[in-house]
Design a protein around this ligand. Structure first.
Ligand SMILES: C[S@@+](CC[C@H](N)C(=O)[O-])C[C@H]1O[C@@H](n2cnc3c(N)ncnc32)[C@H](O)[C@@H]1O
Length: 217
């Protein structure tokens, strides 16, 4: 799997240099990065300028070539940032080692997302927070089918456009605390914690909604 991302590393910054990266929404989400922070799928580090200042962050990625491009950005960060090559599905960190785990457009790419979420759950301390900026399958019929069709070719370059990332996180044991729409019901800003789910506490975007709808429980 690293091969496709090693290949994409060459063109990644050019392909991704647009307003569609939603920097202000990411900044708002990343503001909650606290304590010992693990950022999974750091890529070429394009999100690093959106990180809050002065944090201590471990950034991992499966692709050494992505990490190579991320290193100058990590060095320019005002806090402390360590970059490591690692597989999200098989983390080498001990249980309960992080207070916050962050993903950004990564859960569409990790081959077995539920396995990765189980690893995130393991390495987060009880009460630790999962922050995700991710694109997912729309629940609108037409948009959902379009994303299914797109996935037929985007998966050839390592990206699935039609994942149910919120359900995958729940399956691994996370309690979802808020889901906010960044673009329709396709790009979401999601907060979750490692903790038990209580009854009536299961935030979702309204069904069939394709309208931006900020939502907190
Ligand atoms: C779409 S890119 C997003 C990169 C970055 N977060 C951004 O928004 O620019 C997905 C990233 O996930 C990484 N990735 C894919 N599978 C992975 C895995 N199993 N473990 C760790 N990183 C992985 C890829 O190498 C790539 O850098």
């Amino acid at each position: 799997m690293s091969t496709v991302w090693d290949f994409r590393a060459r063109f990644y910054d050019v392909c991704e240099a647009s307003d569609l990266r939603r920097g202000s929404s990411k900044k708002a989400l990343f503001r909650d990065m606290r304590g010992r922070i693990l950022f999974v799928g750091v890529g070429t580090g394009m999100d690093i300028p959106h990180f809050p200042a002065g944090r201590t962050i471990v950034g991992i990625d499966i692709s050494e070539k992505m990490l190579r491009k991320a290193r100058p950005r990590a060095r320019a960060y005002s806090g402390r940032m360590v970059l490591l090559r690692a597989d999200a599905q098989n983390l080498k960190f001990p249980d309960n080692s992080f207070d916050t785990l962050v993903t950004s457009c990564t859960m569409c790419s990790v081959p077995d997302p539920v396995r990765a979420f189980r690893e995130y759950h393991r390495v987060l301390r009880p009460g630790g927070r999962l922050l995700m900026f991710e694109h997912v399958r729309s629940r609108n019929c037409l948009l959902g089918l379009s994303l299914d069709m797109m996935t037929l070719w985007t998966r050839l370059s390592g990206t699935e456009m039609n994942r149910d990332t919120v359900s995958n996180a729940r399956t691994a044991g996370f309690r979802i605390t808020s889901i906010a729409s960044v673009f329709l019901d396709i790009i979401l800003s999601v907060r979750a914690t490692k903790g038990a789910t209580t009854q009536n506490e299961s935030p979702t975007l309204p069904s069939n909604s394709v309208h931006p709808s900020p939502f907190t429980p």
